[in-house]
Design a protein around this ligand. Sequence first.
Ligand code: NAD
Length: 463
Amino acid sequence: MSNNMQTMAISNPRTGLVDFDLPLYTLQHVEDEAKCLKLHQSQWWNMGLGERIAVMQNLANSMAEYKAHLVAALINDTGRASESELEVDVTINAIHRWCKQAPALLAKGEPWSAEIPFIELQQDYLPYPLVGVISPWNFPLLLSLVDAIPALLAGSAVLIKPSEVTSRFVAPFNEVLKRIPMLNNVLTLVTGAGETGQAVINAVDSLCFTGSVATGRHVGQLCAQRFIPAFLELGGKDPAIVCKDADPELAAKALCWGSMVNAGQSCMSLERVYVHKDIAPIFLAKLVANVRALKHNYPDIQQGQIGPIISAKQVKIVEAQLQDAKDKGATILCGGEVLNLGGGRYCLPTVLTDVNPQMSVVSQETFAAVLPVTIIDSDEQGVVLANDSEFGLSAAVFSQNVDYAKQIARQLEAGAVSINDASLTALIHEAEKQSFKYSGLGGSRMGAESIRRFMRKKAYIRN
Ligand code: NAD
């Protein structure tokens, strides 16, 4: 980073006060970084997979040693404590898991020869030289590395641009990188807002974007103009169907967690519930009791489950959706407002009913501790309403008959469906999945495709 870089003032989500000057990388800065990365990429690729795995394991171990610094920065980025600690652990585990899986994942497509008379054919896989990653604010470290790790193992160099709102973690992460010169040569983080993101798109050979549908559409168009692949992981409005024969206690507990964890600021948060009328009263009573028991992590950040809303922009969205629902006749069973606690803005954990698809809280992503519940006459009606959405990230089904639940799950237009559980588990585990509809485009982030999608096929033909 050069000394004369311009900066952007960023507020702390717990106090609302500016506490961070974000360096703004320009087009020229990004081009320079990209040039440097490309210079070192062939050496990284030529090292071979075994050596790259050793370097990545070194990264995981160094992050573990430096964990306290990473967690401290993430706490200032996001305003949450235990989740920040968990985020570092999950990221370290992901590096170890990919290192373990990489040889098998890559072996599946090892170079092969075909016997055609007089012709020898060999197939090879070469990494894209430079992969770009543009990430959102809700899990700043994890979502910056989740695509970078497999790309590095594939043999690419990687240029990451995290969200402008949550880039405090970059400084301690760079300290970790400095300890591993080989990796430092092929992995660089640049900071900035949309303009820096566009500069990244201009400089790379393949792009992984995680963020909103609106930005994703723009990013997809920019990538299309450059004919580079774009892997888009976008927003959701994930539905849950609580069938007539569901266990209401289990469903209420799982849905409280699945909708409120991380203060609802998870892409795979369950944001709509469709509950059968026969069990609606008991389910709603249990759900509201569970949700009412949640506390804010203010004034003690180590206590409570609900952290602050990340930014003023996000507060506006949540308040507008709650107001729209109230104006259109929704019933607030608990919560229903955004508090100001010490300058931070906290959503009171909210359950609404008497909602309909004309309300933005039902049709648009909320990204807060807000759960609208619709009472349905039949499970089939639940499927129709759940699919009546432009999103298709994940979903959940609750029924004591697992075969029946699977039948319902098959009909849902979503890339991952949990049965008698909340959907976030699919993110942490290794399930291969794709995002449906406007929730994304491209190959799977997990499993065999996770590494292969960073490689191009090449054929050698000899007469
Ligand atoms: P966002 O779209 O506002 O920003 C995402 C990133 O794009 C940021 O780094 C931002 O600086 C960058 N950006 C903005 N304009 C750009 C441009 N013109 N060109 C290039 N880059 C640009 O999203 P957000 O508010 O940071 O994150 C929340 C969204 O992310 C939610 O919609 C959520 O559902 C989604 N998300 C999806 C997943 C998933 O795996 N599907 C995971 C986490 C979050």
